[in-house]
Design a protein around this ligand. Structure first.
Ligand SMILES: Cc1cc2nc3c(=O)[nH]c(=O)nc-3n(C[C@H](O)[C@H](O)[C@H](O)COP(=O)(O)OP(=O)(O)OC[C@H]3O[C@@H](n4cnc5c(N)ncnc54)[C@H](O)[C@@H]3O)c2cc1C
Length: 441
């Protein structure tokens, strides 16, 4: 056994056990920090010999549903952060520890883009195994369905390369079914020939939230697939690192990315950009790398509670219900409540797709509140529950990458997909060695 196992009590264990949500305290049986696939093989063999389960983690962004790790060897993949891009074939190859922020600027320099999400600090493998809803999603669908090959260490401790021709059933399960089938060591996926996008955000005083969100929601009904947009309520804490016009302020915000020439995009977005009361308009043509800060995700770990769900066509009543629950004048102190416009390519099935064939619903909703002290947890959870209750009549299921709760996969997949995922798990990991955050069993 060549790989070092970090044990409880050591400084290196402490340095590697953190989750993105600072409310969580991960205490695995041991931690390994592999630098390549051979180390991952060692780790799997060690876990089996010690009677432990094994789970992979890059950022710990989605750590909450993992639950108890006391019988699990945690594989932190940060050191496996290799990136290579074949610009001619438009294929990227990344190691298990690569973040979107490691890849997107390099692809962008080559006139290419990936189906990345809103945050550069998210791990590509976790995002891709769970689906991946990004800025080009209405035109190009889920990142999972852009994956062309997965390299992993399986439950027997063997390295495997899985693609459409080699082990198609495992390839299907991995693309949306999550980390329950093996320790992924590398991923290959398609890049898109996108050199420039027209993108930005509109900030309105939060008092105008009703007009703004209604106008945006109505606008989405006629929006082309080339535009992916978000309508949200956003509060900036009064912290010195937040720039002056935003610091300590509450806004209604519209964000959008258009895969269209500037003049055409500007014309389509004009009804939103000319709404009364725009306090700031950041729309501009830019390379894909420019999108890194568009959604203003927190770059550093923080204490928080969040809740995500898919919702159908909300209509005027749904937007009103959401605003009454968490909008201005409500008790809510959530820092962000967002609706991401789905549909388009996200809603289309294709036989070549993986387990997450399509994303149901019209909008992906996510609410989040900061929990600076333990006493703030209960009210934050109450505001999140009020938000979820308000849109319950439009509930369209769950997207597991946006779920911090432990859920049965039936919440996210139709029954026939659940059955097929469970059959794949029984075939490829019959002893349930792998400990994923959203297990399929
Ligand atoms: C700030 C923020 C912004 C986000 N934005 C988006 C977005 O725009 N679109 C979107 O779709 N999602 C988004 N997400 C959700 C994100 O996609 C999920 O949290 C995802 O699971 C993160 O992957 P990770 O590797 O960074 O997290 P981790 O917590 O490290 O991993 C999550 C899970 O992925 C699996 N996994 C990770 N690495 C491996 C591996 N090598 N082998 C096998 N399994 C593995 C494991 O099951 C693990 O429990 C966002 C999350 C945050 C916190």
């Amino acid at each position: 056994m060549a790989i070092d196992v970090l044990s409880r009590g050591s400084d290196t264990y402490e340095a590697n056990r953190g989750a993105f949500n600072l409310l969580l305290s991960q205490e695995p049986a041991g931690i390994v920090t592999p630098t390549g696939a051979a180390d991952v093989v060692d780790a799997v063999e060690y876990a089996k010999a010690e009677g432990l389960r094994i789970g992979a983690q890059r950022t710990g962004h989605a750590a909450e549903p993992l639950g108890d790790l006391s019988g699990t060897l945690l594989v932190r993949t940060a050191a496996m952060d290799t990136v290579s891009i074949d610009a001619e074939r438009r294929i990227a190859r990344v190691g298990a520890g690569t973040l979107w922020g490691d890849l997107v600027p390099r692809a962008s320099d080559l006139g290419l883009a990936a189906c990345h999400g809103s945050s550069p600090t998210v791990g590509i493998v976790g995002y891709s195994l769970g689906g991946g809803v990004g800025w080009y999603a209405r035109k190009h669908g889920l990142q999972a369905n852009r994956v062309t090959a997965v390299e992993l260490v399986d439950a027997t401790g063997s390295e495997r390369r899985v693609d459409a021709a080699n082990d198609p059933e495992l390839f299907w399960a991995l693309r949306g079914g999550g980390g329950d089938f093996g320790m992924v060591t590398a991923l290959e996926f398609e890049l898109l020939p996108i050199a420039e996008v027209f993108a930005g955000a509109l900030f309105f005083p939060v008092e105008r939230a009703s007009e703004v969100l209604h106008a945006w929601h109505e606008w989405t009904m006629g929006a082309p697939e080339e535009i992916t947009s978000v309508g949200r309520l956003l509060s900036f804490p009064p912290l010195p690192e937040i720039p002056e016009p935003l610091r300590g302020q509450d806004f209604a915000v519209i964000e959008a990315v258009a895969l269209l020439p500037e003049a055409q995009a500007a014309e389509l977005l004009a009804p939103l950009r000319t709404l009364d009361g725009v306090a700031m308009d950041t729309f501009a043509s830019q390379p894909p790398a420019g999108l890194a800060g568009l959604h203003m995700d927190p770059p550093e770990p923080a204490p928080y509670a969040g809740h995500g769900m898919l919702v159908g066509e909300l209509g005027t009543d749904g937007i009103d219900a959401l605003l009454a629950a968490v909008g201005p004048g409500s008790p809510s102190k959530l820092i962000s409540v967002e609706l991401r416009h789905d549909g388009g390519a996200l809603a289309k099935s294709d036989p070549s797709h993986g387990a997450m064939d399509r994303l149901p619903g019209e909008f992906l909703m996510f609410g989040v509140g900061i929990v600076p002290e333990p006493a703030a947890l209960a009210p934050t959870k109450e505001w999140l529950a009020t938000m979820a209750d308000a849109v319950k009549p439009w509930d369209a299921g769950r997207y597991l990458n946006f779920s911090d709760e432990t859920l049965d996969i039936g919440a996210a997949f139709p029954p026939e997909t659940c059955e097929r995922l469970r059959a794949a798990k029984a075939k490829y990991d019959p002893e349930n060695l792998f400990h994923a955050n959203h297990p399929v069993v």
